[in-house]
Design a protein around this ligand. Sequence first.
Ligand code: MN
Length: 366
Amino acid sequence: MKKQLLDLQEYLAQNNLDIAYISNPSDINYFTGFYSDPVERILALLVFPDKDPFLFAPQLEVEAAKDAGWDKDVFGYLDHEKPFELMAGHIKAVAGTPAKWGIEKDDLPVQKLEAIKSQFPDAQFPTNLSRYMENAKLIKTTAEINELKAAGAEADYAFEVGFNAIKEGRTEQEVVAEIEYAMMRKGVMHMSFDTIVQAGANAANPHGGPEKNPIEKDELVLFDLGTVHNGYISDSSRTVAFGKPDAKSLDIYKVDLEAQYAAMDAAKPGITAAELDKVARDIITKAGYGEYFIHRLGHGMGTSEHEFPSIMEGNDMVLKPGMCFSIEPGIYIPNVAGVRIEDCVYITEDGCEPFTHTSKELKYID
Ligand code: MN
């Protein structure tokens, strides 16, 4: 059985839990190698301290789970059947009536929890396994890092396509379409999030999106994109110059790049997440743009872009080899321009290595 599952079984035994109900799709992938977002249907991995785990899935997913390499039981249900009644039958056959449940409280909707309770009226839910998962996924194995490298190489290709797609009169949305079409032609069927292309002042709104307006000459153009490779993601940002942007735009690029390089240099075992955030933030603040760097330096990533460690003020977690996270300082001046330069990295014995290798020297596109 996979080490990840053995570790969870040991955790259950040590914490007197009778069953783990894993429902977060990226966590199911982490344990089984099978990724699927079941939307309103039920997909769950049931793990016990001393019995074999099994998957419970919509019938239409059963073969896909096996094809993905899951070699334990997978029980399916049809749409017209009562999933929680069926699942309870399988649980009872394996483990009787579990009393103490570990569930992912960050992910399990109240309605599904109530359905579990209706099958197991005496069940208790003392443990939030979402916290366990954050720590379990914190240090990546060599195999995981190889998947992340492959996802990073796909992101590098996406940048190449995107930079070539910038043309006068083309809109941000059209450039996004070019990128995603080219990725699909290459067999990359999932981006890790909606691809972002934002030009000029639109890039100053980091939670905005690509718009229908044509990209103007003499502006910066910000790209933020990533792909999913065997369930592992990439996430990277580059900002390029279309024509000749004004001096202010070029200055914020220069400062942001300096901050990104400095943080890449400082990322190594022993530094804390908060200290690393400060390395980049100090450079941006000294240059007078501190108020325009309005998010943390980075986020952990792996099977999702929302993992530990969070690289921000107040997080005293010490960085260790195998931790993976983004380094993405950004400067956003409302109504003027926005810059973000981002690599996801993994911590090595004495530094860090990026998963993406697209040049960060300012690229001029005519
Ligand atoms: Mn990111």
